[in-house]
Design a binder for this molecule. Structure first.
Ligand code: R5P
Length: 290
């Protein structure tokens, strides 16, 4: 036995040296379990504290929207530049190369589409989420909507399962046509998600008082891009959200519907990770066209 033959007496006990502690870099998540933190550290960059998530789960509600007609062609070149991808299990299995090795925020709730009443959803099987190695479970939460209670039940059940297996829950605040996207509403929706167990929250930016929304949410917030904007405005949106307390973006249409999607995701990265101004990022975007 190697131990018996060459065992060297242990002597380096570091007496007097305090036990090393590693504070966690994301707000409100110090007391999470190790597996949860490991997965969060794959989604968020520990150096910048931020993330660029690429959302292309739109098809589960909208069908083949512009930019996502042939995801097998349009998505892989973008995935390379994302810190995390957000998609359905169908897209994951059919068009995402497993060798891309990106953390997956799995679209974990599903239900109605644009043809019916949105947000009447159920959640998937946790075993399937584990099977595809999900790094987060994304659940729609429709505060103030007809299916508010049902979506909150989905969130709480997902958070229970996520806690059991060490998988973070992403509360996705849905915004219906009838609901205002103002700080009062978004602040309430984000807070309800966090209080009910979301590990991080996805919401929308609002021009007035977004800083209040971010400050009053005890866990990190990432912002969706929403409808396609001119590139300079999308970069501005990301910049202002980060300045006011968001921990990253979870953008879809403003990336994959841009004139040059590969350049756009790199410009977004420059804002999110490198603190570039919108103008600097736009210059980068244009330079990447050549
Ligand atoms: C929202 O729940 C959708 O599923 C998308 O993931 C989200 O809206 C982000 O995409 P976009 O930036 O296009 O709004």
């Amino acid at each position: 036995m190697a131990d018996n033959d060459s065992n060297k007496d242990a002597s380096d006990y570091g007496f007097g040296v305090p036990v090393k502690k590693y504070p966690f870099f994301l707000k409100g998540l110090d007391h999470m379990d190790w597996g949860m933190k490991d997965r969060l550290s794959r989604i968020f960059n520990a150096k910048s504290g931020h993330t660029v998530m690429l959302a292309f789960d739109h098809g589960y509600i909208m069908g083949p929207t512009s930019g996502l007609e042939r995801m097998d062609i349009s998505m892989p070149p973008l995935i390379e530049y994302a810190d995390c991808i957000m998609c359905t299990r169908g897209a994951l299995r059919s068009i995402v190369p497993p060798t891309s090795n990106k953390p997956v925020s799995l679209r974990y709730s599903a239900g109605t589409t644009v043809l019916g009443e949105l947000n009447d959803e159920c959640i998937l099987d946790i075993e399937d989420a584990i099977r595809v190695n999900a790094s987060a479970l994304a659940v729609m939460v429709a505060i103030g909507g007809k299916f508010e209670a049902k979506t909150i039940v989905n969130l709480t059940r997902t958070a229970d399962l996520g806690n059991k297996y060490g998988i973070p829950t992403l509360g996705v605040t849905a915004v219906g046509k009838e609901l205002a996207r103002d700080a009062r509403y978004l602040g309430l929706a984000c807070r309800v998600c966090a209080e009910n167990g979301a590990t991080f929250v996805k919401t929308y930016y609002c021009e007035k008082d977004f800083a209040r929304v971010a400050a009053a949410c005890p866990v990190p917030i990432v912002i969706a891009g929403g409808k396609k904007l001119p590139e300079n405005e999308a970069l501005e949106l990301a910049y202002k959200a980060l300045q006011e307390g968001a921990s990253g973006v979870d953008m879809g249409r403003n990336v994959f519907q841009a004139e040059n999607p590969v350049a756009m995701i790199q410009a977004i990265r420059a804002v999110v990770h490198d603190k570039r101004t919108p103008k600097e990022a736009l210059d980068l975007y244009r330079s990447l066209f050549q």
